[in-house]
Design a protein around this ligand. Structure first.
Ligand code: PHB
Length: 388
């Protein structure tokens, strides 16, 4: 009997009436920096993807889910080559990850050509979603936090700042969106400093910033660089000189916040996620990530990965397992759900994420440092999509 069925299956497959078993598998190609300076990003996303599958099962809409992780070390050329390989050889149905903007940019023409959804789980430059109709973002944009940070600063006695950003696309967005709002509200920016992305030495720039005697340094560094920036800020005594740190919350990254020590208590940033976010869903999320990963603390990077997986699973449920790229993108548009960060949705017009932005202050709670949220700006769309 069994043999009969097996034979029948082969005949059907040969006739093209039954898809080969390959087609019963959903393949997700993840391009992540698992080595190099952005390694912590790859580790957080990988942990979040694994947790999502552990919690929701390794099949959806009747099909098995397989994740293929490739290390692009955050290098655009590597990402492009590996994406090409995964499209042609592995026949992936989704390309996900993208730990830095240049890798997202490098892969978007391939997503367009192959009509494969490109789920951006990290990179935060506004224009990424405009690079391909197959891009959907589950991370954030720098503009979302920068504008809100500028408003808060103006209302809270920060009138004169030095702007210091990592010299690549998201840094330029962080600078521009802060600048637009801050100058409009009467603030002054003494200097615009752009720090090289690779192996940054902040010391000479911090010395310059100190000489400007600002109320605050407005800083954007990508995940992975916050601890080294803060160490050099403190070593140069800028805190003792009464200069504050403000910026998007990448700098007080939950992953490394405890290591920064008590001098960062009181630092105010604007951001989309805190490990201290007081929802039941988040408490479970933080505990589960810690448990499965040697006490690692979930950060704003990881939630982009977790939510990206949710987006994929729910889109597949909606299409009944159909992996046609256009059908999947249509299913993703307008989708709304509760993330560990709070309520989020995918803007049907732009395919970008709509989410709360929180004002947070570093506090010590139960002997650990956390970004404690004290004000919520609900359902913020990417200001980068509004015509300027
Ligand atoms: C980016 O490359 O777009 C990027 C990377 C890390 C961040 C923010 C933005 O923390």
């Amino acid at each position: 009997m069994i043999r009969k069925f097996a034979c029948w299956g082969l005949v059907m497959a040969a006739l093209g009436l039954v898809a080969p078993s390959e087609a019963q598998t959903i393949k997700i190609g993840a391009l992540l920096p698992m080595t190099g300076p952005q390694q912590s990003t790859g580790v957080q996303i990988d942990a979040a993807i694994r947790l999502y599958i552990a919690q929701h099962g390794d099949s959806v809409a009747g099909k098995k889910v397989q994740v293929i992780v490739k290390d692009d070390a955050a290098v655009a050329d590597a990402s492009k080559r590996l994406a090409q390989e995964m499209i042609v050889k592995d026949k992936v149905n989704f390309l996900v990850g993208f730990g830095v903007t240049p890798t997202a940019f490098a892969v978007s023409p391939l997503a367009t050509e192959a009509k494969i959804p490109q789920i951006v789980m990290v990179a935060g430059t506004s224009s990424i979603t405009e690079r391909s109709p197959y891009v959907v973002r589950t991370s954030f944009t720098l503009a979302q936090s920068a504008v809100i940070m500028a408003d808060w600063a103006l209302k809270n006695g920060v009138k004169n700042v030095v702007s210091m950003v990592s010299d690549f696309a998201p840094g330029i967005d962080a600078e521009n969106f802060f600048k637009g709002e801050f100058l409009k509200g009467g603030g002054k920016i003494a200097e615009f400093i752009r720090v090289p992305l690779a192996n940054p030495d902040f010391a000479p720039f911090l010395q310059r910033a100190r000489d400007d005697k600002p109320d605050a340094v407005y800083i954007f560094v990508p995940a992975g660089q916050g601890a080294s920036f803060v160490r050099q800020f403190l070593e140069r005594g800028l805190d003792k000189a009464g200069i504050r740190i403000i910026g998007p919350g990448d700098v007080t990254d939950d992953d490394v916040l405890n290591g920064m020590g008590d001098p960062v208590i009181g630092t105010v940033t604007a951001h989309i996620y805190s490990a201290y976010h007081p929802s039941a869903l988040n408490k479970n999320y933080v505990a589960a990530i810690a448990k499965a990963n040697n006490n690692m603390r979930a950060n704003f990077i990881s939630v982009g990965g977790y939510d990206g997986m949710h987006l994929i699973y729910e889109a597949l449920k909606k299409t009944g397992g159909n992996t046609n790229g256009d059908a999947l993108i249509a299913a993703m548009k307008g989708m709304a759900w509760e993330s560990p960060r709070g309520p989020i949705s995918i803007d049907p017009e732009t395919r970008d994420i709509v989410q709360n932005v929180y004002m947070r202050r570093v506090e010590k709670r139960d002997g650990e440092l956390y970004n404690e949220e004290f004000e919520t700006f609900p359902a913020v769309k990417d200001p980068g999509k509004v015509k300027r």
